[in-house]
Ligand binder design. Sequence first.
Ligand SMILES: Cc1cc2nc3c(=O)[nH]c(=O)nc-3n(C[C@H](O)[C@H](O)[C@H](O)COP(=O)(O)OP(=O)(O)OC[C@H]3O[C@@H](n4cnc5c(N)ncnc54)[C@H](O)[C@@H]3O)c2cc1C
Length: 381
Amino acid sequence: MNELAVTVVGAGQAGLSAAYHLRRAGLAPWADYQVLDHAPAPGGAWQFRWPTLTYGRVHGMFPLPGSELPDADPLRPSAEVVGEYFARYEREHGLPVRRPVAVHAVREAGGGLLRVESDAGAWLTRTLVNATGTWRRPFWPRVTGQESFAGRQLHTADYSGPEEFRGRRVVVVGGGTSAVQHLLELDGVAARTLWVTRRVPRFRAEPFDREQGRAAVAMVAERVERGLPPQSVVSVTGLPMSEAMRDARRRGVLDRRPMFERMAPEGVRWADGELFEADVVLWATGFRPAIDHLAPLRLRETGGGIRMDGTAAVRDRRIQLVGYGPSASTIGANRAGRAAAREVRRLLAGETRPAAEPEPLPERTGDHSPEQLKVPQTAAS
Ligand SMILES: Cc1cc2nc3c(=O)[nH]c(=O)nc-3n(C[C@H](O)[C@H](O)[C@H](O)COP(=O)(O)OP(=O)(O)OC[C@H]3O[C@@H](n4cnc5c(N)ncnc54)[C@H](O)[C@@H]3O)c2cc1C
């Protein structure tokens, strides 16, 4: 069986950044390291995003390391533009991406090695950079009576634009920017929309400054350092206000109702008995890290998350997590890719750090916000 120094799982922004820095660090593509990616084509999760999410709406995106953002038509779907950009990047930097390869499990193989098992075979590797994002794990809250609802339920991950909801009554659930984006697109197409969130959304008029950005990232970093699941930053940063949002608010499109108590065949119902009749419930309730394949390594703490020290998993420093928690944004993914490559190099060179003693963890207190960390400065994130 082939033995590699590093295996990167996932070829989104985080995985490609790690691959780029590994190459710069002198690792040989294919011989020393490879990238395994489940997606059929370059582009990471971007390739699956809905066609009406145009490139002009994702200006919060950062370029991959050592490259410029494409100068593309803002009206083209970001899925296409980013897909082409990532494909060019992989080619120009000679990155060893193998696809489509779905990694099912990563296990201890003994002798300091890890065994990476996939639908395309298995590899032995000394270290692993996990960059699998969240798109493959949409989060659906459970609500009483959900199965009885006679209409359609779908998640942001299944949304392909407003047209199929023409003339429908749509409930959009979730307090993040995806929900807002859906409501703006459905406005004037759907017969009616209703926005439902657990917490009162906070809109932010001013642009997001560096200090606030750092504070939000630090908040999420602090949680993952304690082994808690990463949490939304929208509650801290607020929803960035665009001109389209201002206009929508004036027209009542963004009037929000608290979360309903149950679902009924004909719609959603609040505790006081009030019913909103609906044809569709669109769950814009975020995503969870797609890390089930790491389960055999038992990296999770009792708090439910993986305790991190920089990009390294504290329970097994051979595992780097990039695009996870505080690095779940395009800028964060870039930085984490570089840090992970540095950490991997150190490990391969035999430098060790004293193992961090796991600290006692606080009890988990309920569920966390369904929204994953998103880049706050864009209306599209
Ligand atoms: C709707 C939406 C809009 C956004 N807009 C912005 C924005 O404007 N600006 C911004 O900075 N951020 C934005 N974000 C966040 C941004 O997408 C992410 O932070 C970043 O692009 C994620 O990169 P990633 O490499 O971590 O993950 P991904 O892009 O999800 O890549 C992960 C890759 O891993 C692969 N993979 C997953 N599991 C496996 C497995 N088991 N085996 C093999 N391969 C696997 C996937 O197929 C995928 O190719 C947005 C997010 C959403 C949901």
